[in-house]
Design a protein around this ligand. Structure first.
Ligand code: ZN
Ligand code: ZN
Length: 100
């Protein structure tokens, strides 16, 4: 396998369903595929998956910190320790740090 997955018009979970152009999954099937993958490879455990890739509870092994370090995620500018994708950060700030 090389390159990145390309949408083909059929659901990537392998159910055979035809889906709209440019999509990878029928609604909700990404979660189904993810659960099956975890069951096969990581004892159905996200913790086992993270451990297998070298991530863990230590700050030096934090997967969310790694995402920030790679420039994919951001850290909450209010310094509360929250990390997430830009849209998640924006939602988080609105919910947690802005007075009504
Ligand atoms: Zn499917
Ligand atoms: Zn915050």
């Amino acid at each position: 396998m090389t390159g990145t997955a390309q949408p083909t018009g059929r659901c990537y979970c392998g159910c055979g369903r035809e889906i709209g152009y440019g999509r990878y999954f029928a609604a909700g099937h990404d979660k189904t595929a993810e659960a099956a993958f975890l069951a096969i490879h990581h004892q159905a455990s996200v913790a086992q998956m993270l451990h297998a890739h070298g991530y863990g509870p230590d700050d030096t092994k934090s997967v969310t910190k790694a995402a920030v370090d790679k420039g994919l995620w951001e850290e909450c500018p209010f310094g509360c320790g929250y990390r997430g994708a830009r849209e998640s950060i924006n939602n988080h700030i609105t919910r947690r740090h802005q007075e009504k």
